[in-house]
Design a protein around this ligand. Structure first.
Ligand code: NI
Length: 312
């Protein structure tokens, strides 16, 4: 049977995965309060910053997960109709032989990949999905396994709406400090969480903080088949500089074949997206997922050695 997910390059899997380790079993009984405490140790992909105390109030720790940063959010008004990303029939099957690490991809065309890390988040990710859907934009979400287990329905929706899910580890630890077997176990738990939640297998990974040594990258690529996806634009949105700064940094760094890093974990980042996406669309960018970008990779033209002019 033709499943539309095949067009996205997902390998469909059964969702019945057995818990195979005591640690995973332990995670199964992790309480929401426990997650909040764990979440307080999560920062961003790009750099580590201690979470300010007080972000999670005493009452907040016991109550449902709430965002504190987007209470003033208003859907920005746009001039005229929302610009729309074109419908594109693009392949998403990339050759694993084309490279291990990517911070951008050489393509012929004005393509760009938006990537959103550290979700799913119960409020901000659905808000972002609404914005993307209004513009027909497909993006890539590098999710944390522990959060996938808390909000599987959001991951399911993300896949159903045509976006790509990538592996961002289970616990958002700095993988370069771990042993090979610890890295494998952590990435495997995230992959299993994604399969359980949405029935699809991630095809690329992004290391938290971008931290993965070359020999670890080779190990991960060999074991999981993941290319290691970094970024060409980092708006440092995790420092919460305000939506307009996030937007202007992304617009300043955008280029064809680029991979834009930001975090759907943060309300300000999501607030910045309508203006950012509309400006990129007006500049003629076409939005693709990371796998689609990888599938469009063209060889970088080798610069011809300058021929010395003949002395006449
Ligand atoms: Ni991250």
């Amino acid at each position: 049977m033709d499943n539309p997910l095949n067009a996205l390059g997902y390998k469909l899997l059964t969702t019945s995965l057995e818990s195979d380790s005591p640690q995973e079993e332990k995670f199964g009984i992790l309480t929401r309060r426990g997650f909040l405490l764990a979440a307080a140790t999560l920062t961003s992909c790009a750099a580590a910053e201690p979470l300010k105390s007080g972000t999670l109030g005493r009452a907040g720790a016991a109550a449902a997960v709430k965002t504190t940063s987007n209470t003033a959010y208003r859907t920005p008004t746009t001039q005229g109709p929302v610009p729309r990303n074109p419908d594109m029939a693009l392949d998403s099957n990339f050759s694993k032989a084309n490279g291990i690490s990517f911070s951008r991809v050489h393509v012929s065309g004005n393509y760009i990949a938006m990537t959103y890390d550290d979700g799913p988040h119960p409020q901000n990710t659905p808000r972002l999905l609404d914005m993307l859907r209004a513009r027909n934009i497909k993006a890539t979400f590098y999710v944390i396994g522990q959060s996938v287990n808390l909000y599987p329905q959001i991951v399911r929706r993300t896949v159903e709406e045509g976006h790509e899910i990538g592996n961002h580890s289970n616990t958002h630890r700095l993988l370069s400090k771990l042993s090979d077997s610890e890295i494998s176990a952590d990435l495997a738990r995230c992959e299993e969480a994604i399969v359980r939640a949405a029935g699809v297998k991630p095809r690329t990974m992004r290391p938290p903080y971008g931290g993965l040594l070359q020999k670890q990258r080779e190990m991960v690529h060999a074991q999981f088949g993941y290319p290691i996806i970094l970024w060409s634009v980092d708006p440092l949105d995790w420092k919460r500089p305000g939506p307009s700064v996030v937007s202007s940094r992304i617009l300043a760094g955008a280029s064809a074949g680029g991979i834009v890093l930001s975090h759907d974990l943060h309300g300000q980042t999501v607030d910045s997206m309508p203006a950012t996406l509309d400006a990129l669309l007006r500049r003629g960018y076409q939005f693709v997922t990371v796998s689609q970008l990888l599938a469009m990779q063209t060889p970088v033209p080798t610069t011809q050695p300058a021929v010395a002019p003949a002395n006449s």
